[in-house]
Design a protein around this ligand. Structure first.
Ligand code: NDP
Length: 276
């Protein structure tokens, strides 16, 4: 019997998840059906209930429902608890298992696809929203020399500093700062703000980019964003966007559902928008 999966969001038309999961199913020989579900804001639970009643086995969750999914789930994995948000669910009887694979997807893209080890490196992450929160523990698990979180609203960066220090088991120094307090140059600079969706530039001093730095924008499909342009003008040659993160978090969900992890290279190649 064909198993049903879906991605739920509002809007949902832009979602690449059906393309990605159908490609994964083809290369791994899995018999699945995967659709997009548009839920009205405030109507998340009703849509998910109906999908489960039709035999649905799992879902990806995108904006604005990641918090609704957290509340809906019966069993939140530590990744979801740390992020305070859910991006994948698995349905088994009355149980709704919930995960957040965004952080692990980001780290896998950095370390595996882009061959950028984080151990012993200075890492700067811009933004203190859901993406940064979900990435904290996976980033710290790589044992960088230091993790600095910088945000326009400084109190949110400070809150994430406290959260990271409370949860990490290692001894990585973590700081949450405003943009004007950032000092020194970093080996990896991650733009986890939503600025690139609006073609805006965070108020970042270009001196943060070390000469052989990787500048990585979590936003994908926008080409050379203002953040990546700033890095390029500062002399950075290693530039990347979040298409690999998107594919890797999807591969984690697929493996969790189906027990087989697909290779992501072909999907990343097909979804990549050149950085020009
Ligand atoms: P949130 O809405 O939770 O947080 C947005 C953050 O961006 C806040 O810290 C906000 O600062 C900051 N921000 C917004 N505009 C600006 C600006 N012009 N200058 C400086 N800071 C700004 O978003 P998420 O954390 O969920 O997502 C962040 C980005 O990551 C999005 O672009 C999203 O598309 C991308 N993403 C990519 C994924 C992938 O698979 N590649 C997965 C998940 C997210 P303040 O607090 O001061 O308002």
């Amino acid at each position: 019997m064909t198993d049903s999966y879906a991605v739920i969001g509002n809007p949902i038309e832009q979602s690449k998840s059906p393309f990605i999961h159908i490609a994964f199913a083809q290369v791994t020989g899995q018999d699945i059906h995967y659709t997009k579900l548009l839920a009205p804001v405030g109507g998340f639970a009703g849509e998910v209930d109906a999908f489960r009643a039709r035999g649905g086995r799992g879902m990806n969750v995108t904006a604005p429902f990641k918090l609704d999914a957290f509340a809906y789930a019966t069993d939140q994995a530590p990744s979801a608890q740390m992020a305070g948000a859910v991006n994948a669910m698995k349905f088994e009887g009355d149980k709704v298992y919930a995960e957040n694979f965004d952080g692990v997807g980001l780290v896998r893209d950095l370390v595996h696809n882009l061959a950028c080890p984080l151990k012993g490196r200075r890492v700067l992450i811009l933004g203190a929203g859901g993406a940064t929160r979900g990435a904290l523990l996976p980033l710290l698990a790589e044992q960088p020399a230091e993790l600095v979180i910088v945000n326009r609203t400084v109190a949110k960066a400070q809150a994430l500093e406290a959260l990271a220090l409370q949860h990490q088991t290692g001894l990585v120094p973590v700081q949450g700062l405003g943009y004007d307090a950032v000092q020194g140059a970093f080996d990896v600079v991650l733009n986890a703000t939503s600025s690139s969706l609006k073609a805006e530039l965070p108020p970042l001093n270009p001196s943060v980019f070390a000469p052989d730095c990787l500048a990585y924008d979590l936003t994908y499909g926008k080409g050379l964003t203002p953040f990546l342009q700033l890095a390029q003008r500062a002399g950075v040659t290693r530039l990347a966007d979040g298409v690999g993160m998107l594919a890797e978090q999807a591969a984690e969900a697929f493996a969790w559902w189906r027990g087989v992890r697909p290779d992501t290279a072909a999907v990343i190649a097909q979804l990549t928008v050149p950085l020009v």
